[in-house]
Design a protein around this ligand. Structure first.
Ligand code: TNX
Length: 643
């Protein structure tokens, strides 16, 4: 009978010997033989590794299928032990271990396996998702609970906090629009609290427009007559209302420390125009509500760019009219789909994609909060699933696996010498341009494997013709320039990850590069003339673990990212003044390899995202870690729910 086995998988990493041990314990069911154990994880066993206790029947990136040794039988009360000593990297956190597993029985039926978090050197433990302890507001700090810190605050006294903030009857349409958006936002974020905003009785906020104020800037004056908010545009009004809402909420929840002031003034404006957050919706699928909740949190942090990473080797999430096979075959993994489960997804089919209507709704929601969505289609690399789903995009002469990406996907780059690539991309860009109004379309360009295209006869001919040589990064530059041109024809500019500058790069005009490798790489890009967004992994990658602790979740390739590492980073601090105009701003990145487990999202994102938001918005002289640390737990948190 299928599925009648109860099994659990225990994994241990022996750090000294660098050996991983997987132990499948069977508690119930008929004895099995000739079975296969399939696991998803974040390590890879080296193809030349001699595995003890199994043979490797299949592997795709971090998905492994182990075959039970010939003649071996696993019966209840017994374990099947597998050991391997050559892995892709040293394992530093429990999150590198198996994330999901299942058995494939001899008759082809599958049976789920419970997975325990991987231990270190046999020592039991628990994942650490602890919240930071609340700290007290430092002596001398202004008594207002506002993150990011406003530019200039001189306030005194306190107002009663029982009443909500209400708009004055004569508010302009612009001010009313901003008020309604912030009222609804606060209502969603703090649904189980007393409303911060209302109509009728309350603290009346008079509004006035002053086009002389900087974009997004505002002033709030408090006096005996009431509260007056002045702004130059809708963004400014929205920011001002958010500040007022944060003040009132802090004063209600921590009345000994925070006030809604009686008198004084707050003058404020953003430091950078690009205050962003990236989210990888490819490695894991996020349901619409999770995205809406995330956007709401971004808005409360006064962030204004949402960089949406829509595809990767593991999935493509955007419906493209005319290409139904694309989402049909790549947006779901497991079951009978093209791709096996990866990164914690179960053996059964799971996943999802966004329709045009979904995106329209999301873009509208974001726009109401002053957030622009930058769609990213990651090309030419990171396209394993695209090439599997659309084999007509492959060069038929490229007939063996001869390169792999860092994540170990075979032959995963779209080919610039295949005509069908350009028909496909034309339709992709038409769709993006129709759905997303943002100036920039992000075209990826990261991590194309050295050696890509070198065994494609079509690409070789193209390389010879264009450059008299065949070389991956000159072909990549050709590819990206052609994409840049296609986007220009559609009235948009190109954004790419920093590798977009390789092999001759893009035309500087209109191109925006997101620097992620090290903080100093951004400066080199600016020197080449590019406009730059800084997202250095060692400060702004939210998927990197917060400490070296084994039980702290996350990745470790960029070291650790403490709250302080995020907070203290000074973007452009080492740039000469003449380059500073090219610094568009900053953003966090959240790659989703580790986010299969609900609960992890909040732990990794918050409050580090607010630490970045303070740098994105506040003048550097206003930054004060102790003040930030004391207020951060008043900031809202969103989650990833598993569909
Ligand atoms: C590098 S950052 C990547 C991603 C991974 C990430 C994990 C970048 C442009 N590429 O494909 O998900 O590291 O931290």
């Amino acid at each position: 009978m299928p599925n009648s086995h109860a099994c659990r998988l225990l994994t241990n990493w022996d750090a000294e010997r660098r050996v991983i041990e997987l132990k499948l314990e069977m508690t119930e069911g008929a004895p099995i033989s000739g079975a296969q154990l399939a696991t998803t994880s974040l390590f890879r066993i080296h193809p030349d590794c001699e595995i003890e206790g199994a043979t490797l029947a299949d592997q795709l990136s971090n998905y492994h299928v182990f075959l039970q040794p010939k003649g071996a039988v696993l019966a209840p009360g017994e374990s099947w032990v597998i050991r391997a000593d050559r892995l892709s990297h040293v394992l530093r956190h429990y999150t590198y271990g198996p994330k999901s597993a299942h058995l494939i029985l001899k008759d082809g039926t599958t049976c789920p396996v419970d997975v325990e978090p991987m231990t270190l050197n046999g020592v039991p433990g628990e994942p650490n998702w602890e919240k930071l302890e609340q700290t007290a507001l430092p002596e001398g700090a202004a008594p207002i609970s506002v993150i990011p810190a406003p530019l200039d605050v001189q306030v005194d006294g306190r107002r009663d906090t029982a009443q909500p903030l209400v708009p004055a009857a004569e508010a302009s349409l612009t001010a009313q629009k901003a008020f309604s958006a912030v009222r609804a936002l606060a209502g969603r974020l703090f649904a189980d609290e007393e409303p911060l905003f209302g109509h009728g009785a309350g603290h009346v906020v008079a509004t006035a427009e002053d086009p002389g104020l900087p974009d997004g800037g505002y002033e709030i004056a408090f006096d005996a007559e009431g509260i007056a908010l002045t702004a130059g545009d809708e963004h400014g009004f929205r920011h001002g209302f958010i500040t007022l809402g944060q003040m009132l909420r802090g004063a209600r929840l921590r009345p000994d420390e925070f006030t809604l002031p009686e008198t004084g003034i707050v003058r404020d404006r953003p430091r950078f125009g690009w205050r962003g957050a990236h989210l990888d919706v490819a490695r894991q699928f996020y349901v619409m509500q999770d995205l809406v909740d995330f956007l709401d949190c971004l808005a409360w942090n006064k962030l204004n760019h949402f960089h949406m990473h829509l595809n990767d080797d593991e999935a493509w999430r955007l419906e493209i009219p005319g290409w139904p096979a694309l989402t049909a075959r790549t947006a779901f993994r497991g079951g009978d789909e093209l791709l096996p489960p990866l990164l914690g997804t179960p053996s059964e089919r799971s996943g999802g994609f966004y329709t045009g209507d979904d995106i329209r709704a999301l873009v509208a929601h974001a726009a109401g909060l002053g957030i622009e969505i930058i769609p990213e289609i990651d090309i030419p690399g990171h396209c394993y699933c695209v090439l599997r789903a659309l084999p007509q995009l492959c060069d038929p002469g490229e007939n063996r696996i001869y390169y792999r990406s860092v994540q170990y996907f075979p032959n995963n780059a779209l080919n610039p010498a295949v005509d069908a690539t350009w028909n496909f991309l034309g339709d992709v860009f038409d769709t993006l341009v129709e759905l997303f109004p943002a100036r920039y379309i992000h075209a990826g360009a990261d991590e194309v494997a050295e050696g890509a295209w070198l065994e494609s006869p079509l690409a070789r001919t193209l390389g010879e013709k264009l450059f008299g040589k065949v070389e991956t990064f000159s072909l990549q530059s050709y590819f990206l320039k052609r994409v840049q041109e296609m986007l220009r024809e559609r009235g948009r500019d190109i954004a790419v990850w920093e590798e977009g500058a390789l092999g001759g790069g893009l035309e500087v005009d209109g191109a925006l590069l997101v620097a992620w490798k090290e903080s100093k790489s951004g400066r080199a890009l600016a020197e080449q003339g590019y406009r730059v967004v800084l997202a250095p992994a060692e400060h702004y990658y939210l998927d990197i673990a917060r400490s070296t602790e084994w039980w702290e979740p996350g990745a470790s390739w960029a070291g650790t990212v403490t709250l302080r590492d995020t907070y203290d980073y000074e973007p452009g601090g080492d740039w000469p003044d003449e380059l500073k105009g090219q610094l568009a701003g900053v953003q966090t990145c959240l790659w989703s390899e580790n986010l299969a487990t609900p609960g992890l999202f909040a732990h990794l994102v918050y409050p580090r995202i607010s630490a970045m938001a303070e740098t994105a918005w506040s003048a550097s002289e206003r930054k004060d870690f102790d003040r930030f640390r004391a207020i951060q737990d008043l900031m809202p948190v969103s989650h990833r729910t598993v569909a």
